[in-house]
Each structure stands twice: as C-alpha cells, then as structure tokens.
Design a protein around this ligand. Sequence first.
Ligand SMILES: Nc1ncnc2c1ncn2[C@@H]1O[C@H](COP(=O)(O)OP(=O)(O)OP(=O)(O)O)[C@@H](O)[C@H]1O
Ligand SMILES: [Mg+2]
Length: 226
Amino acid sequence: MILVFASSKGGVGKSTTCAALGAALALEGQRVLILDLDQNRTVHRWSRKTAIPGLTVEAVTMGEFTGILKSRLEAESFDHILIDLAGAREVTLFKAIARADLVIIPAQASEPDIREALVIAGDVRDVEDTAGRKIPYRLLLTKMYPLRTRVSDFAYAELARLGLPMFKTVLVERVSYREMFLNGQPPSLVETGKGAGAEIASLLAEIEDIVSTEASDPDMALAAAG
Ligand SMILES: Nc1ncnc2c1ncn2[C@@H]1O[C@H](COP(=O)(O)OP(=O)(O)OP(=O)(O)O)[C@@H](O)[C@H]1O
Ligand SMILES: [Mg+2]
C-alpha cells in the first residue's frame, strides 16, 4: 500500500508517525520503503541510527519525486511505500495524494491544527475529483495529553461538527516517540504491546482495515496489505 503523511503545518508528527509505522511493518517481515521529502530529513537521519531488516529510507528532492516513485513501483521490490512530506502545501503534496491508498493527516488537538487538517482534507477531495478515484483519508490526533482536557473536548466536538473522518487510535505525547529519533529505536521494538508500541500496532490495524475496504481497487489493496 502507499501511505502519504500530509499536513501543511510543521511539527505535528508526520515524520514520527511515518517512521514508527514503517518500522512496525518491517518488523512484521514486510518490505518497506520510506520516501523522505521532509527538508529536515528527519526520517533519513533516523534510519542511519537503526538497522531494521526490510526497511529502506530514501531521501528524495521534490523534483525527483515522481521519477523515483515510478521506478520503485515498477521494480516491485517493496510491499509498502510510505511518503513523508514536507510541512508545506506545495505541488509534491498533490502528486503524492494522487498516488495514495490512504492519506494520513496528523494534527494536534488545537484549533489551528484542525483548520489546517480541513484544508488538506479539501485538497484530497480535489485530487479525488481530478483523478476520478476514491482516495481515503483520516485525521490522526497526535501528541495528545493522556487525560481529558478542555482542549481535547473542544477538538472532538469540532471534529464531529466538521465531519472529518479520523482514526480511533490517537498518539499520546510520550517520551518514546521523541527518543526514537535520538537512539534510533522504534516504539514497536522498545515498547512491544504497550505504550507507544501498542498505539502504533492499533493504528496499523486500522490502516490495513481502511485500505482493504476503501481503496479504489480492493483486490490490489488487499494484496498490497499482505
Ligand atoms: N506523540 C508524540 N509524543 C511526543 N513527541 C512527539 C510525538 N509526535 C511527535 N513528537 C515530537 O514532535 C516533534 C515534531 O515531530 P515530527 O518531526 O514528527 O513532526 P512533522 O510533522 O514531521 O514536522 P515537519 O513538518 O517539520 O516535518 C519531534 O521532536 C518529535 O519527536
Ligand atoms: Mg517531518
């Protein structure tokens, strides 16, 4: 499957979620390619600190994107391609959405983040119209406080009002997500079955379910989901 991590806002958790999910899929024995288009090269630097069998991370410039994606798809060397985008609303965002089996839009529980997520959701629907195929997308709440707060209550009420589809899984603000980029160790390895590791497993299960039921070519998506 092709997963795209998109938001025009910086620092919402695109690279963190992409790296953690890529690692989780590879640890399941799948062949995973992450295309890193984030100009900070967060995921590419992380990959140098860790060696996960089956996981390849390539730093790609915006200009190279289409050519590299096409050639990696043609080579059929990977079961999944995860695309970590820059935190900007630029042309690569639209190109990547056009190829996605699922667009993941991370956002913190804040009014500006939810507004930005709404803009990206609109972009997905625009690309969907142009491409003439359904492109599923979900908002992912990240860096959540473990306890209910007035802010999280506001976020849930606002999301329900706007009708934005979202993952049931949320990513809580946890040290292990930050440590991943320091010591290279992904949550699925250091917190298997608990904490961040359990969150990533639950998110992955939701993703596989959405891709196998909602993607425009269910046969291909099922095969890709393994
Ligand atoms: N659930 C979380 N818990 C704790 N820290 C987090 C969590 N998610 C992300 N972070 C931290 O927040 C910072 C920004 O995260 P990240 O780099 O993933 O965001 P991004 O959306 O990719 O940003 P950019 O648009 O700049 O590429 C990083 O320091 C990361 O370690
Ligand atoms: Mg990033």
